[in-house]
Design a protein around this ligand. Structure first.
Ligand code: XMP
Length: 510
């Protein structure tokens, strides 16, 4: 295991993923974790992430006490690098010459990190303070115009650091630098998809023993892969339940029943619960409340189902496709604030009657997809774009009603159809279509004035949904979507495009 110590930057997850891309397992831990606890996880190496603050800022998170005396090879990045320099007796100055964005790095000595890499390379910087003097024992391996000590290492103590962000793609050779650190730390590239799936199956078998489990399928890749892993572990002691909560997109229910059952042969029960969800959501407009209600009703439906399934014996386990970013974002992995309570983590009711089985809890989305391929699931399912558990319920700004759901379903189906037809499915991460149900605007159609609702197109590109950019969908494709939606869906007389990145916007509107 490589531990990524999170100093509060959004970069920690990216670092963890890059480490895994080197086939080395990594986990994120908060910077408040005592060193003894870190050592208990037997880390092969430790990486200190960047952070939002200056090392001199009030409340700047300190390096966990004793970290540099553990003998575990450690790599400091940006804030982590400066904290390392300061802690070990180097000098960090407020030179006033901040660097942000692409910067040219001069390699002074290859050392371990830059071995075989070009003497000049472009790197991504984002810092105010600057290391002006390396601590005793370190050699300085790189500099930039504004930063005399931009990288340093002390191979004998296994300590390394860089001012730039090797984890972002804008740093040309960042991945190679990271790989060199892992090699220097003696991490072997043993973490492969086959091992991941086998380990997950083994862990599920150990957890469930000879018990029985149920699994909710949403139609998405996460629950499908989670179910396939559990199916492999315990066979027909798993029953899958597909709750049609009435917040699904057009044709989705049929897809789950057909595709998934065909691929896995799993036992599947389909529950039509649309009425129940609509009732629970009636009059509710607050997004967090919607999420909590939907999460709660989901579990309740399962409890009802449990009673039916109990005829064949007790069921104590509930399988969920919770991913690592959900765990981290809900505050389960770090001190990061709860940004949104994802319904499969934060919104669980307190009187939950099942023990959770979460075989994907340590995996990122792209890893889940590769696990799905390894498990033989159909590509269409594995590569399906993400769709939130609360479904269209959080894509109607305002109260959720059957009529509004029908409108949104039609508009969404058109957008998806046109984006697919244009061959953009793999270029965009997802494209929520959002109905602004409480907004009306005037339009004209035929000879008449209309007073209808707008829908928002929210096409985004992303690697992991943690950050995203708005997708530059060609104008002619946007135009076709707009024309078709306004022509074919009565009540919708305006189509607008969301051109906000994440941050500051989130992908979903609620
Ligand atoms: P945001 O809106 O937070 O979304 O930028 C990030 C990604 O997560 C999806 N999403 C959810 N998925 N349950 C889920 O399973 C949820 O409650 C939920 N909320 C958002 C969203 O579609 C995007 O891919």
């Amino acid at each position: 295991t490589v531990l990524v110590v999170d100093f509060g930057a959004q970069y920690a997850q990216l670092i963890a993923r890059r480490v895994r891309e080197c086939h080395v397992y990594s986990e994120i831990v908060p910077s408040t974790m005592p060193v003894a606890e870190m050592l208990a996880r037997k880390p092969k190496a430790i990486i200190l992430s960047g952070g939002p603050s200056s090392v001199y800022a009030e409340g700047a998170p300190p390096v966990p006490a004793g970290l540099f005396e553990t003998g575990v090879p450690t790599f400091g990045i940006c804030y982590g690098y400066q904290a390392m320099a300061l802690e070990l007796g180097g000098k960090v100055a407020r030179t006033g010459s901040a660097e942000y964005g692409g910067t040219s790095l001069s390699v002074l000595r290859e050392g371990a990190l830059f071995s075989g890499l070009p003497a000049t390379q472009s790197v991504w910087m984002s810092h105010g303070d600057t290391v002006t003097e390396a601590p005793a024992g370190f050699i300085v391996t790189a500099s930039t115009e504004a930063t005399p000590v931009a990288a340093m290492e002390d191979v004998s103590r296994g300590l390394y650091g860089v001012q730039f962000h090797p984890e972002v793609l804008h740093s040309e050779h960042g991945q190679a630098v990271l790989k060199h650190f892992l090699e220097a730390a003696g991490c072997r590239p043993a973490w492969t998809m086959l091992n991941i799936v086998e380990d997950a199956v083994e862990a599920v078998r150990a957890q469930i023993g000879d018990g029985r489990a149920i699994c909710g399928l949403s139609g998405g890749v996460d629950s499908a892969v989670a179910a396939a892993i559990v199916q492999r572990a315990i066979g027909d002691r798993l029953t899958c339940v597909f709750v049609d909560h009435g917040l699904l997109r057009k044709g989705e229910a049929e897809q789950v029943e057909r595709d998934f059952v065909e691929a896995t042969g799993v036992k599947l029960r389909v529950v039509d619960a649309a009425e129940r969800f609509l009732k629970a959501l009636s009059g509710v407009t607050d997004p967090e409340e919607k999420r909590k209600i939907i999460g709660r009703e989901f579990i309740r439906v399962f409890e009802d189902e449990q009673r039916a399934i109990l005829a064949d014996g007790p069921v104590d386990f509930l399988v969920q496709g919770t991913l690592y970013p959900d765990v981290v974002e809900s505050g389960g992995g770090t001190g990061t604030a709860n940004i949104k309570s994802h319904h499969n983590v934060g919104g669980l009711p307190e009187d939950l009657k099942f023990e959770l089985v979460e075989p994907l809890r340590t995996l990122f989305k792209d890893e889940v997809r590769r696990a799905g391929e390894e498990l033989g699931l159909p590509p269409a399912m594995v590569w399906r774009q993400p769709f939130p558990g609360p479904g269209l319920g959080i894509r109607i700004v305002g109260e959720v009603t059957r009529e509004r759901l029908d409108l949104l379903r039609e508009a969404d189906a058109i957008a998806r159809e046109e984006l697919s037809r244009a061959g953009l499915d793999r270029d965009i991460w997802q494209c929520p279509v959002v109905l602004l149900a409480d907004v009306r605007s005037v339009g004209v159609q035929g000879d008449g004035r209309t007073y209808g609702h707008p829908v928002v197109l929210r096409p985004v590109t992303s690697e992991d949904a943690m950050t995203a950019d708005w997708a530059r969908v060609p104008y002619d494709v946007l135009s076709r979507i707009s024309t078709r939606i306004t022509n074919e869906v009565s009540e919708i007389n305006r189509v607008v495009l969301d051109i906000t990145s994440k941050p500051p916007g989130t992908i979903e509107w609620e």
